[in-house]
Design a protein around this ligand. Structure first.
Ligand SMILES: [Zn+2]
Length: 355
């Protein structure tokens, strides 16, 4: 399978562009529009579909983006703060599907009825405020951010400010490599263990949203996790997924990832005493036992570092050797620069790998 797939497509401001699709190395599952949704809808077909994940939160999927990413976006409705917390903003509705008429995530939230929300839009009439958090700065998680940035804060990890600086965002978001215009918006960088609030001039201290930020570098230096205490849910972005390749960019670190996974597993164990904590990801996985998923993912990655997993493929991408591993049965797989695996093996040999 080729790792570089040219696509011709139309985007606003660019009549026709030739794109080399980085992430099409991952065989994402095909997502189809829910026929029921299309039949029920009295508005143009949206680029998104939503289902209730738990009492407060909806999972929104961008179901036919041109990069085949199908990112998972989460919307937690907090009536006490008159706010919707949005986790990631997806691919900006960029699609080749001519039947899709609503491409703005914000417009979707404010106008499209959701069956599991009593057939009302999640933010009908735009009466609620937004707080947006990005799990990390990759393009498939930030391309819808500008529409919210006009009046709402966009939170990101303060772990590595230069990684998300305006100068570095084109490269680190992968927008540059994909010939996508890099979105421009101000970030509010928040520390590890930050409790997210929703405030304004009348309420400068803000109202709590019941969600905590954890810095979780590994996939990227700015990767973060949200912990929703009331719902017992960890949102882990691109730290891992099941049944879809875990991908590291050149800027990732498997050594840091193991340290993060150790912390996350301990955190999930600590918060699983009353009921099992759950885990939801930036793609593919939403729900599931957090401790079990975290342990199983670490075991798979440890097998790779200890050379117990067979390498399935070694290939050049953008001038760097990449490797692919697939667990028997297909639950977990990994695609990353070979250097990251070799660094982790060296750290293991030196007793420096937290695993
Ligand atoms: Zn990513």
């Amino acid at each position: 399978m080729s790792t570089v797939i040219p696509l011709a497509f139309a985007v606003p401001g660019v009549a026709l562009a030739l794109i080399y699709c980085y992430h099409n190395i991952r065989p994402r599952h095909a997502h189809r529009a829910d026929p029921e949704m299309l039949l029920e809808s009295k508005v143009p077909v949206p680029a998104f579909k939503a289902r209730r994940l738990n009492g407060s939160t909806f999972l929104i999927t961008e179901w036919d983006d041109i990069w085949n990413e199908h990112p998972y976006i989460y919307a937690k409705v907090v009536p006490s703060a008159n706010t919707i917390l949005i986790l990631d903003t997806g691919c900006g509705g960029t699609t080749m599907n001519s039947s899709i008429g609503i491409r703005s995530l914000r417009k979707y939230l404010e106008t499209v009825p959701i069956k599991e929300n009593r057939s009302r839009a999640l933010n009908e009439g735009a009466t609620m405020k937004y707080v947006v958090t990005q799990t990390h700065c990759h393009y498939d998680h930030i391309l819808g951010a500008e529409a919210f940035a006009v009046d709402s804060p966009i939170l990101a990890s303060s772990n590595c400010p230069e990684f998300v600086s305006p100068e570095n965002l084109p490269a680190h978001s992968q927008c540059e490599a994909l010939s996508i215009r890099t979105p421009r918006y101000p970030l509010t960088l928040v520390p590890h263990l930050h409790d997210i609030v929703s405030g304004d001039q009348r309420n400068p201290l803000g109202s709590p949203l019941g969600v905590k930020v954890l810095h979780t570098p590994g996939h990227t230096p700015d990767e973060l996790v949200l912990w929703d205490e009331d719902e017992g849910m960890l949102f882990v972005g691109d730290t891992l997924y099941e049944h879809d390749p875990i991908i590291f960019p050149n800027e990732g670190s498997i050594v840091e990832w193991f340290s993060t996974m150790s912390d996350l597993t301990a955190f999930a164990e600590l918060h699983s005493t009353k009921r099992p904590a759950q885990i939801s990801c930036g793609h593919a996985t939403a729900g599931g036992n957090a401790v079990e998923v975290l342990r199983a993912t670490r075991n798979f990655m440890r097998d790779i570092i200890e050379e117990k997993e067979e390498m399935k493929r070694r290939f050049l991408k953008r001038g760097f050797w990449h490797v692919e591993y697939r667990q028997r049965g297909g639950r977990f797989s990994l695609i990353c620069p070979e250097r990251l695996v070799l660094e982790a093996r060296k750290a293991l040999m030196e007793g420096k790998l937290v695993n």
